[in-house]
Design a protein around this ligand. Structure first.
Ligand SMILES: Cc1ncc(C[n+]2csc(CCOP(=O)(O)OP(=O)(O)O)c2C)c(N)n1
Ligand SMILES: [Mg+2]
Length: 368
């Protein structure tokens, strides 16, 4: 018997605005000037916040955090495409999107200083807390999406972010399998920033693209220029339209780059060639989008200057407010382990508070 072709597959790459500012007019999404400026401001704010947080961390004024510099478009484009009825499910490098969803800089600073107060969003915001265990958030998103479908909630989907390294976790594959099986309204966004701490993308998987992993689960998969905010918006918009219409999940691979370190506890110079980083600075998503706005005559140097001044004072004010707060609840994390009170947790809370008190007394005695 001759072999019969059962099916054939291909993966497309989407780019609308290239690194030189060239635009594909036919693919350009129809966004209002307000939306364009909003997304640009979010990218610039995140870049400035990252810069300031790095300085604060080096001065011992905040704890470890994972910078997002270079990846602003890969997060802000999708977030712009979402509505309040969609769920934002992220890992630890999506601060630009969290800010767009209504989180404040004060909360960001609190979170990265270890205060649980920075990890709370009103339930109505449909924004999940930051997930640190790699890929653990992906099954959560599928569960939420399936619940939305089960409840018959229309126009509601989950958008979940994870890294290239995250695709090596079992959670990723299990989540995609169930999302496909249940036709759950979920958009998987893999931020392929080329590194998982010190493991480069080519040591993570032999697959030519990460988008093609969608094929195994029979869902649309697309590779997108993750430094092109217009392309990221459009790909997510289309995936959300499918999800909202009951047509199931999509996998988007955002090809981007982590221009900074993995976290402030990491020194990438030890494992990453500087020339590679310099090549990617040429594809920086922020100036590329600014050029687009200028060519559309909705942006100029004066507006840029005003915005930069405004953002700097916004960041200054948040730092000031953060450093003035001293009244924290050290046992706050115990409040969130279960949805209701639990005897064992209460025992642990009491033990923790007693130990904290003893440490404080010892310190006071030593200082005296
Ligand atoms: C389950 C689990 N294993 C290991 C770690 C330690 N860890 C934190 S981030 C990371 C790499 C993640 O790489 P990637 O998914 O590409 O995301 P990126 O950091 O590049 O955004 C690892 C191994 C963890 N947080 N969780
Ligand atoms: Mg990565």
């Amino acid at each position: 018997m001759p072999l019969q072709e059962i099916d054939n597959f291909s993966i497309s790459y989407l780019q609308i605005l290239d690194e030189h500012g060239n635009l594909d007019d036919e693919l350009e999404p129809q966004l209002s000037d307000d939306e364009l400026v909003r997304v640009y401001r979010s990218m610039v704010l995140a870049r400035e916040a990252d810069k300031r947080m790095l300085m604060l961390q080096r001065q011992g004024r905040i704890g470890t955090f994972a910078p997002c510099t270079g990846q602003e478009a890969a997060v802000c484009g999708p977030t712009l495409a979402m509505t309040k009825k969609d769920w934002f499910v992220c890992s630890f490098r999506e601060m630009p999107g969290r800010l767009m969803r209504g989180e404040t800089l004060l909360q960001v600073f609190l979170f990265y200083n270890g205060y649980e107060e920075g990890n709370t969003m009103p339930p109505s915001s449909r924004t999940l807390p930051i997930a640190i265990p790699v890929s653990s958030q992906i099954p959560h998103a599928v569960g939420i999406a399936y619940a939305m479908k089960y409840r018959g909630e229309k126009d509601s989907a989950a958008v979940v972010f994870f890294g290239d390294g995250g695709t090596s976790q079992g959670d990723f594959h299990e989540a995609l399998n169930f999302a496909s099986l249940w036709q759950a309204p979920v958009v998987f966004i893999c931020q392929n920033n080329h590194w998982a701490i010190s493991i480069p993308r080519n040591k993570q998987s032999r697959s030519k693209t990460l988008a093609q992993k969608a094929i195994a689960y029979d869902m649309p998969g697309i590779q997108v220029d993750g430094n092109d905010v217009l392309a990221m918006y459009k790909a997510t918009r289309e995936a959300l339209d499918r999800a909202h219409a009951g047509d199931g999940p999509t996998l988007i691979e955002a090809v981007t780059y982590r221009l900074s370190m993995h976290t402030t506890a990491d020194d990438p110079k030890k494992y990453r060639p500087e020339e590679e980083v310099q090549e990617w600075w040429k594809r920086d998503p922020v100036p590329r989008f600014r050029l687009y706005l200028e060519r559309k005559n909705i942006w100029n140097a004066a507006l840029q200057e005003d915005m930069e001044t405004e953002i700097k004072s916004e960041v200054d004010a948040a730092v000031k407010e953060f450093e003035q707060i001293t009244d924290f609840k050290p046992d706050a994390p115990f409040d969130y382990i279960f949805g209701s009170e639990h005897a064992e947790i209460e025992e642990q809370r009491a033990e923790f508070l007693a130990a904290s008190e003893a440490r404080l007394l010892n310190k006071e005695a030593a200082d005296a």
